[in-house]
Design a protein around this ligand. Structure first.
Ligand SMILES: [Zn+2]
Length: 549
């Protein structure tokens, strides 16, 4: 969602009606309020189950502040959730840096002029509808999605949204009353004050704040374009009744990369050559209209077919794919959805979203990749009075284009929890988080079988040795079975058990422990002196558990 996104094409009512029938409506229900589909009910059930699991197992707490009743959209990452989120952010950093992006950190609060220039002060709004009976307000697109399930509403006009409400007889969820047939605009920015009375806003995105030091970048990069910068930091949006856990927080963490590039470099972009044969699951707007599924297409093919417009943009899409895979999201859960022409910001040359398939919410937008052309630098030049141009080698001045990869770290963190959460229906009904070992909050847990020497002392020594390399913890409480259950729920991929059999009356080089694999529950006896090396190979995906001998 970006400033000034909504354009409002007028459709005549026949096309509109057809569109509705084709796109989304189950025409069989008439006369009664639309019932939630079975699939929606299943997803809701799972989502509730997951939310309480994440609360109880110390991943995500809230809405916060809980002891004061809590306000929707604010969450605490509990110890395990915070470790996971850190791993997600570190994967993002590594991938950006590997691709020559440099990290900056800009202020969260900026004065009103900035947001007038960026377009957020005027155009950054959500469509809201009010109940005529109880006066509750709801975000209309979210309400429709909740009732009708997995549908695409991006780019729908207010008129179309009202028609969908009416045709499906969607009523107020609080009191079943009718809505006032008018869509209001709700500005999403959180207002604050600097000093006594200077109006300011908590940034609704990091991107705008990243553009502003443009002249400083020119010095740092010695006037050589293209160059990339990225920022990971908090942003704030005053959403109406946010739900869906950290997927829709009022305060959240963004990670946005910006590539500054001259227009003629977009189709003469060296790094593209290295990735041009990579295949991405692309779902162009033509494919969406024809009800076709996404297809794995190489970047070069997509450029030839004009599905993608230039090399630099194609490269940015590939980087988006790399980013999400580096966080541990399975490739088969990712697709790229192109915005329809009426869904794009007026200045955007092209726009694709990265979507992840969640068990709780279906395909969910997690990232937008936009060719923003010269829009931002031109706007800020106009409003600041500064000349935001770069000087080319031949001395000519030019406003560079910006290609942006805009996402956050809350959604992928939640996605990992959602995708890898398994509730076992058999046995005690325990749960397992099958997180990829390299992003798991705790990577190794160490259990002394008994609180006696030499077992306990050796367990402590192992902990000491592994602590610098992995996130580890020691657990002495309860039966081994109970300790395994706790670690399975925390997503810990490997557990080490120290027992008498392995360490009593043995020289150090002969001592052994058992190593257990979370996903298969298989155990192997390994030498303590080899343990760190084996764990390193396992966690960095160099060997599989079966390969240990
Ligand atoms: Zn109501």
């Amino acid at each position: 969602m970006r400033a000034g996104r909504k354009t409002q094409p007028i459709l005549n009512s026949v096309t509109l009606k057809e569109k509705l029938i084709n796109d989304l409506i189950d025409t069989n229900n008439s006369g009664i309020m639309a019932e939630k589909s079975n699939e929606t009910i299943q997803k809701e059930k799972r989502s509730e189950e997951l939310t309480s699991f994440l609360q109880n197992k110390s991943f995500i707490w809230g809405p916060e502040p809980e002891i004061y009743g809590g306000i929707a959209g604010f969450y605490t990452y509990a110890p395990l959730g915070k470790l996971l989120k850190n791993n997600v952010e570190n994967a993002i950093r590594k991938t950006f840096i590997k691709n020559n992006f440099w990290e900056v950190e800009c202020p969260c609060v900026m004065q009103e002029e900035v947001w007038i220039a960026s377009g957020h002060a005027g155009g950054f709004t959500d469509p809201v509808i009010k109940c005529s009976k109880c006066k509750s307000t709801f975000r209309v697109d979210k309400l429709i999605e909740e009732v009708l399930g997995d549908i695409q509403l991006g780019g729908k006009t207010n008129e179309e949204l009202l028609l969908i409400l009416a045709d499906n007889q969607i009523k107020c969820p609080s009191c079943k009353g009718n809505f006032v047939p008018e869509i209001l605009k709700h500005n999403l920015m959180m207002k604050t004050t600097i000093g006594l009375d200077k109006v300011a806003y908590n940034r609704p995105e990091t991107a705008t704040t990243t553009y502003l030091p443009f002249l400083r970048y020119l010095t740092f990069f010695r006037d050589k374009l293209p160059f990339g910068v990225f920022q990971i930091g908090k942003a704030f949006r005053n959403e109406i009744s946010p739900r869906q856990s950290v997927l829709r927080g009022r305060e959240f963490t963004q990670a946005e990369g910006q590539l500054f590039i001259y227009k003629d470099q977009k189709n003469n972009f060296e790094p593209y050559k290295e990735v041009k044969d990579n295949k991405l699951p692309l779902w162009s707007y033509q494919m969406q209209d024809g009800n076709n599924n996404p297809k794995l297409i190489s970047l070069s093919e997509a450029l030839e077919a004009s599905t993608l417009k230039n090399q630099a943009y194609a490269w940015a899409l590939n980087l988006g794919f790399e980013l999400f895979k580096s966080m541990g999201i399975p490739a088969e859960k990712i697709r790229f959805r192109q915005h329809n022409l009426d869904e794009r910001a007026f200045y955007a040359e092209d726009a694709w979203d990265v979507e992840i398939e969640l068990n709780s919410f279906g395909w969910t937008e997690v990232c937008g990749i936009h060719d923003r052309t010269t829009y931002d630098l031109t706007q800020h030049a106009k409003h600041s009075g500064k000349n935001l141009v770069a000087t080319r080698e031949d001395g000519t001045k030019e406003v560079p284009h910006v290609i942006e990869i805009a996402f956050g770290t809350d959604r992928p963190t939640f996605a990992l929890l959602d995708i890898f959460y398994e509730k076992k229906e058999v046995g005690e009904g325990k749960s397992v988080l099958h997180l990829p070992p390299r992003v798991a909050p705790v990577q190794v847990s160490i259990f002394p079988l008994v609180k006696k020497e030499p077992v306990d002392g050796i367990a402590l020594k192992i902990l000491d040795d592994l602590k610098g390399t992995f996130v580890c913890r020691l657990d002495r409480t309860g039966s081994i079975g109970k300790r395994y259950v706790r670690e399975d729920e925390a997503g810990t991929p490997y557990c080490v058990t120290v027992d008498f059999e392995g360490v009593e009356n043995k020289e150090e080089s002969h001592m052994t422990v058992t190593l257990r694999n979370r996903d298969t529950e298989e155990q192997k006896r390994v030498h303590i002196i080899k343990l760190k090396h084996i764990l390193n190979e396992l966690i960095s995906d160099k060997i599989r558990f079966e390969d240990i001998n």
